[in-house]
Design a protein around this ligand. Structure first.
Ligand code: PEP
Ligand code: MN
Length: 265
């Protein structure tokens, strides 16, 4: 169902008021903090994200953290904060659903439900998302092959939801220089194999804020339809993933530079 042999045309997916891929030389950028930290943070970030020309605001209310002692997110209160940011800016809300228990709650607030890398093979969750009438942004698993990634999308579509966006966020390799190795070759490979839109997340894909903009440009040059980027007002004091979060000013510059690249394609 995800295969390009079956459907030749790229699937168009509604992300809030926009049709994604945006078409022309427009790159659909979704940006925001790793985690929702408080109302003020999210509203201020949302304004900046809107100003930079992004189509969506990301932010985790439920956070799947590697350590159980790390900040786990604001949960239901976080969802309410995200809804307020949409009200204020009109940005589409992209947020993660980590468990079967909160699919309904996340689906009520989110415009796009994110499946995290750690859950790419949580098959009951994928099937439950197949019953939801909202787009799903499916992240590639930390150690998954491209075929496994495509089959995870197949689970969602087979269960009834065709609105799946594929998100390359890097995979684990022996290289410790980066948080994950971001395989840009998976972009043309996915474009060849599937009609589903492709988003690249260079924040998790590198782990370093200074690498984010160059990898965004490379991803767009390689054929990505969109980008998912962590952006924080004060990265040094972020409750999660500060080292890979860019500032609002850097976000604005990044969007301008990827637009220039997209115009040459
Ligand atoms: C995230 O987007 O904040 C996240 C947890 O990403 P991943 O699932 O790719 O690690
Ligand atoms: Mn993160």
């Amino acid at each position: 169902l995800a295969s390009r042999e079956v459907v030749k045309e790229k699937t168009a997916i509604r992300i809030g008021p926009e049709k994604f891929p945006l078409g022309g030389s427009k790159v659909g950028v979704i940006a925001g903090p790793c985690a929702v930290e408080d109302l003020d943070q999210v509203l201020k970030t949302a304004e900046k994200v809107k100003e930079a020309g992004c189509i969506g605001l990301r932010g985790g209310a439920f956070k799947p953290r590697t350590s159980p002692y790390s900040f786990q997110g604001m949960k239901y209160e976080g969802l309410e904060i995200l809804a307020k940011a949409r009200e204020k800016t009109g940005l589409a809300i992209v947020t993660e659903v980590v468990s079967l228990d909160n699919v309904d709650a996340v689906a009520q607030t989110a415009d796009v439900l994110q499946v995290g890398a750690r859950n790419m093979q949580h098959y009951p969750l994928l099937e439950a998302l197949g019953k939801v009438n909202k787009p799903v942004l499916l992240k590639r698993g930390l150690c998954s092959r491209l075929d496994e990634f495509l089959l995870a999308a197949e689970y969602i579509i087979n269960a009834g939801n065709k609105q799946v966006i594929m998100c390359e966020r890097g995979i684990r390799t022996y290289e410790e220089y980066v948080r994950n190795t971001l395989p840009l070759a998976s972009i043309p490979a996915l474009n060849e194999r599937t009609h589903l839109p492709i988003v690249v997340d260079p924040s998790h894909g590198t782990g370093h804020s200074y690498m984010v903009a160059p990898m965004c440009r490379a991803a767009v040059a390689a054929g990505a339809d969109g980008l998912l980027v962590e952006c924080h007002l004060d990265p040094e004091h972020a409750l999660s993933d500060g080292a890979q979060s860019i500032t609002p000013n850097a976000l604005k510059e990044m969007v301008q530079s990827v637009t220039k690249i997209a115009e040459t394609l």
